[in-house]
Design a protein around this ligand. Structure first.
Ligand SMILES: Nc1ncnc2c1ncn2[C@@H]1O[C@H](COP(=O)(O)OP(=O)(O)OP(=O)(O)O)[C@@H](O)[C@H]1O
Ligand SMILES: [Mn+2]
Length: 522
């Protein structure tokens, strides 16, 4: 009896030890689960939540930016939604759609005052009578009759011009974007002439509805990298870089690049046979394998050795919608303070003087308003796509110094994917200043559910040329994520540096006017 009791006690003891052991194993196992490497990096997620915590009350109603709801109206409609949404994959939305639906891309905006439109539109002619016939353009060979006075019959390029405002070229979720890109991709080409000025070959194409586009031809295969021995100022311009830059600019939420689409152009029917540009016409020839080529006239790469060739007549090209003629909307060109020397031997001042930004910050127009942070936005775009050729930028003269910067001429971007160019980020590093809204959007794009490379792939897949080949090769897309991480790291470095100094000068608080809205919903 006593032996039996002893045996059962030993069994109980064993069982207890085994249970404790199993518990220990379980605890250890579950503890290691939380640190599995496949989890998104914890600090980033948590800090994004913390960063965005004060803007988590945004109504779905205010997501329609076109409605121009006033802040007061927004307050009434304010309901709780979480800024960082559930995985878009769950709801079947593409990452791009999810990004564009995100509250950060749909912040409430006030109605645009009359003086903030590039063009003043006369109220629609109420009595659309015989007198409006005077405004119907006289038909010319190949051109359509367009009734300019009737806004419902305005061609997409004109709607684009009329939609340009002080802070952006076109609105988020622009209903005119689809018709505009269709127009560029499919309209019949009635004229093709060389664009004068600039260093490389480009053409101005005209369409029957009087729209125009700037064409840049394909010069480099997608997965080819620019030769490492070429200086940045000798690099080719790439048609796919112009297309990808437009998509990237829109994804970043800037909307400062005129829409660009890809198109297969027939170099015989759509250029050689219709051009009135004799100088251009004289440069056409047939290559030894029977492809039709031309090289035009310009100061770089306009020779038989650098001819662009159709296959046998089909040529890939980018078509950027033309901005309003400078006679109607003058533009001002600004020299970049961080311009490179454009020399093989000289360095620019910013390359040797680490304190360079403090003098820029004191100099007009960088000493007031948003010019410096607008420039930093442009720097971030350029670093992501590795564009070293930003010697100038332009603005619309009408808006003075308080306006967005046009991000034109992106043909030398996306030349290399295996290498980043840290010097492009020098202005951010030296000035340690960024718009708060840009910072938020960049962080969003670094989260797995909106990953920049995925969003870009998805956006570019809508371009007509993506059916020929993806517009950016995978290594270029991967480089975007790597470079985005570098931008975020630079800003984090700035924040650390500033907190040591006790100041908080890193962010330009462009979301402050919405504080009321957020506070009221708390
Ligand atoms: N979409 C556009 N609509 C109207 N004008 C444009 C457009 N894109 C560019 N331009 C104008 O045409 C000029 C030349 O274009 P772009 O800079 O792309 O060519 P480029 O050959 O690279 O010139 P550069 O050698 O001066 O850099 C620009 O400075 C700009 O003023
Ligand atoms: Mn250029």
């Amino acid at each position: 009896m006593l032996r039996m009791r002893r045996r059962s006690r030993t069994i109980c003891l064993y069982l207890a030890i085994i249970t404790i052991f199993l518990h220990l194993v379980l605890v250890l196992f579950s503890a290691s689960m939380y640190h599995l490497p496949c989890d998104p990096p914890l600090p980033t997620r948590m800090s994004i939540h913390r960063e965005l915590a004060h803007i988590h009350h945004i109504s779905p109603v205010i997501m329609d930016a076109n409605k121009n709801l006033s802040v007061k109206e927004d307050k009434k409609a304010a309901v709780d939604i979480t800024v960082i949404r559930a995985e878009p994959a769950e709801s079947g939305m593409s990452k791009l759609e999810a990004l564009f639906d995100h509250p950060l891309y749909n912040l409430p905006s006030r109605p645009i005052p009359e003086e903030d439109w590039l063009f003043k539109v006369q109220p629609n002619a109420k009595n659309h009578d015989k007198s409006s016939q005077m405004w119907v353009s006289a038909s010319r060979d190949g051109y359509e009759d367009v009734d300019w006075k009737n806004s419902s019959s305005h061609p997409p390029w004109l709607r684009f011009h009329l939609g340009i405002s002080r802070w952006q070229l076109y609105p988020h979720r622009d209903p005119n974007m689809e018709p505009l890109t269709q127009h560029l991709a499919n309209s019949r080409i009635v004229s093709a002439v060389q664009r004068s000025g600039g260093t490389q070959l480009k053409l101005v194409m005209s369409f029957p509805n009087y729209g125009q586009a700037m064409l840049k031809p394909m010069k480099q295969e997608r997965n080819e990298e620019t030769n490492y021995n070429l200086y940045y100022f000798s690099d080719f311009e790439r048609h796919n870089a112009e297309i990808a830059a437009f998509h990237l600019d829109r994804i970043l939420g800037y909307r400062r690049i005129p829409p660009v689409v890809g198109r297969l152009v027939d170099v015989v029917k759509e250029i050689k046979d219709i051009t009135t540009d004799l100088k251009l016409a004289r440069t056409f020839f047939t290559s030894p394998v029977g492809n039709v080529c031309f090289y035009g006239r310009c100061s770089y790469y306009c020779s038989t050795e650098h001819a662009v060739c159709g296959r046998p007549t089909a040529l890939e090209a980018s078509l950027a919608v033309m901005l309003p003629d400078p006679a109607l909307a003058a533009r001002r060109s600004w020299r970049s303070p961080w311009r490179r020397s454009y020399s093989r031997t000289k360095l620019a001042e910013w390359e040797t003087n680490p304190d360079y930004c403090s003098s820029v910050k004191r100099t007009a127009p960088y000493n007031k308003g948003t010019r410096l942070v607008d420039f930093i936005d442009l720097v971030i775009l350029d670093f992501l796509m590795s564009n070293m050729d930003r010697h100038h930028y332009e603005t619309f003269e009408k808006f003075g110094n308080d306006t967005f910067l046009l991000h034109l001429d992106n043909g030398r971007a996306f030349g290399r994917h295996s290498k980043d160019e840290p010097s492009i980020l020098a202005p951010l590093k030296q000035c340690c200043r960024i718009r708060r809204s840009t910072w938020y959007r960049l962080r969003l794009l670094s989260l797995p559910q909106y990953q920049l490379s995925d969003v870009m792939r998805s956006s570019l897949s809508h371009d007509p040329l993506s059916s020929v080949a993806p517009l950016l090769a995978e290594p270029h897309l991967a480089a975007l994520d790597r470079r985005l991480a570098a931008v975020l790291q630079t800003v984090s470095g700035c924040l650390k540096q500033q907190s040591e100094k006790g100041g908080d000068e890193v962010f330009y608080e462009d979301l402050d006017h919405l504080k009321d809205l957020f506070a009221s919903a708390d």
